[in-house]
Design a protein around this ligand. Structure first.
Ligand SMILES: CC(C)(COP(=O)(O)OP(=O)(O)OC[C@H]1O[C@@H](n2cnc3c(N)ncnc32)[C@H](O)[C@@H]1OP(=O)(O)O)[C@@H](O)C(=O)NCCC(=O)NCCS
Length: 341
């Protein structure tokens, strides 16, 4: 049986580092509060030339380089994002143009933080039907444009970035072994964002004009009525823990493996406490959970592919390793997947 296998990974992060220390000057918070509650120490903020599509395209180029796949050989581009620069064309079409993937068809998935794992399952279905295809699955966000920089409940959590994977077919037992995806629209009110363009205005500025990051220039609202991320944090936390645990149990069952067989957990990076809970429950030691939330915060759909790329380039993933990935996000959307590397 053919399975989707990751042949190359890439990621691209904006240059600007917004540390907790800098955030202390913007809202009433502290490095101690943010670090102890979330594990986040820094996040990247998109600057000139670092829009969602540009970061995606660079991540895609790096993944294609690693896979040894040319842009003309890509037949499908899927971008998981809730912060495309424009509603139309999609971020995926912008990426197609940027990298010259002239033979691909391209579209976005709006599944919030689960966008990349949703994309992976779609790619797997496509690969089973047409194993000769090469598919780009990308997760990318410009959440700095959609954060209310006066709301300390949310602005400390999110960041910008992109990650990509080139997907091909494998018949040797490697690849996506099992996937369990879910959503529940009834819980949408707990984490949402009204529609509006997701273009951080810095993206179109000259570097000289842009200067240092200043949230006031992002059109920060004077009240809470802007089209910004709204979140009932505690409720989201409880639901995230339960949903992730449930989907992980189901995907382990489907793959016929147990938590102790897992070599790496490469999870969505929303909160370090959620990840430690998950590891403890599965009996997976903390050093086997790949964590980079301290560097980038929650980049929604981008966290999983960025984490895959860093683990891969860091030489942590060995051929044959059993990897569990899982995500949870607004919608709600969530799920878990098992990959034989
Ligand atoms: C947001 C989150 C970190 C808050 O942690 P928490 O332990 O639940 O904190 P609480 O909601 O109990 O808030 C505790 C207090 O800290 C305050 N607080 C909130 N943000 C703060 C900040 N950045 N700095 C300092 N204090 C803050 C709150 O106002 C509250 O004060 P109060 O008790 O006087 O009302 C946590 O709920 C979380 O991670 N939720 C999931 C978020 C998430 O992952 N969303 C994306 C899903 S993909």
């Amino acid at each position: 049986m053919f399975r989707a296998v990751i042949e190359g990974t890439g990621s691209c992060l904006p240059e600007y580092k917004l540390t907790n220390d800098k955030l202390e000057k913007l809202v009433e918070t502290s490095d101690e509060w943010i670090t102890s509650r979330t594990g986040i120490g820094c996040r990247r903020i998109a600057g000139p030339g670092e829009g969602t599509s540009k970061l995606s395209a660079e991540a895609a180029r790096r993944a294609m380089d690693m896979a040894g796949v040319a842009a003309e050989d890509i037949s499908m581009i899927i971008v998981g994002t809730i912060t495309s620069e424009m509603t139309m064309p999609s971020c995926a079409c912008m990426v197609q143009k940027e990298i010259g993937a002239v033979n691909a068809y391209a579209f976005d998935i709006s599944a919030a933080c689960s966008g990349f794992i949703y994309g992976l399952e779609l790619a797997d279905k496509m690969i089973k039907a047409e194993p000769e295809k090469k598919i780009l699955v990308i997760g990318a966000e410009n959440l700095s444009a959609r954060v209310n920089w006066r709301d300390r409940n949310t602005c400390v959590l999110f960041g910008d970035g992109a990650g990509a994977a080139v997907i091909g077919a494998d018949e040797s037992g490697r690849g996506l072994l099992a996937s369990k995806l879910f959503s529940d629209g009834r819980l949408g009110d707990l984490l949402y964002m009204d529609s509006a363009p997701s273009m951080n205005p810095y993206i179109n500025m000259d570097p000289a004009e842009a200067g240092d990051f200043d949230p006031a220039r992002l059109g920060c609202p004077l009240d809470d009525e802007g089209s910004y991320i709204k979140m009932a944090g505690r409720e989201v936390f409880k639901n995230a823990v339960l949903a992730m645990e449930n989907s992980v149990d189901q995907v382990l069952d489907e793959a016929g493996v147990s938590g102790r067989d897992i070599d790496w957990i490469i999870p969505h990076q929303a909160n370090i406490r959620i990840l430690h809970n998950l590891g403890e429950r599965l009996g997976v030691p903390q050093e086997k959970i790949f964590i980079n939330i301290h560097k980038y915060g929650n980049t929604s759909a981008a966290t999983v592919p960025i984490a895959f790329d860093e683990a891969n380039r860091g030489g942590l993933l060995k051929s044959g390793d059993l990897i569990l990935t899982c995500a949870f996000g607004g919608g709600f959307t969530w799920g878990a997947e098992i990959i034989r590397w």
